[in-house]
Design a protein around this ligand. Structure first.
Ligand code: CMP
Length: 140
């Protein structure tokens, strides 16, 4: 399996509780490498663009306001089959359904405040990475 990349966000519910290091430890223990990372405050425009696919869902407004309320940590993760691997490491969107040992089982508060985001396909990983990082920012 070839080495590939995915995009990750450590969300405000986790940064607020000072969990960046604990989330990163789960990521690294799972064999993924953090090859780019920065802490940023998303603007409303950035959050709306990022989650545009959900714009007709009832939770869209709350999602945008939660994602802009406090800082996030955006990351590029690298490893074998990175998109699928990180989705396993995150666990189910709803922490009630998340497997033991996953980030969401360990740390998430609710389906909305679920601590992390990860790309759902390699194509979306490329698009999402490009929203926050240029090639020179990513050092593998
Ligand atoms: P994420 O992987 O970032 O993608 C969309 C986000 O919407 C999701 O994680 C959740 O944080 C949030 N969300 C809130 N309510 C729901 C819901 N009912 N179904 C799916 N996602 C939801």
């Amino acid at each position: 399996m070839a080495v590939s990349r995915t995009f990750s966000i450590i969300k405000p519910d986790a940064t607020r509780r000072n969990l960046t290091g604990k989330v990163n430890a789960v990521i690294e223990d799972a064999g993924l490498r953090i090859v780019a990372q920065k802490r940023v405050r998303l603007s409303e425009a950035q959050a709306k663009t990022f989650y545009e696919v959900h714009k007709d869902r009832p939770f869209y407004g709350e999602l945008v306001s939660q994602m802009t309320a406090e800082p996030v940590v955006v990351q590029v993760l690298e490893g074998e089959n990175a998109v699928v691997r990180y989705r396993e490491v995150m666990g189910s969107t709803n922490p009630k359904d998340a497997a033991e040992g996953t980030i969401r089982k360990l740390f998430a508060l609710s389906i909305g405040e679920n601590s992390v985001h990860g790309s759902d396909s390699p194509e979306n990983a490329t698009i999402e990475i490009a929203q926050f990082f240029s090639d020179g920012d990513i050092v593998g």
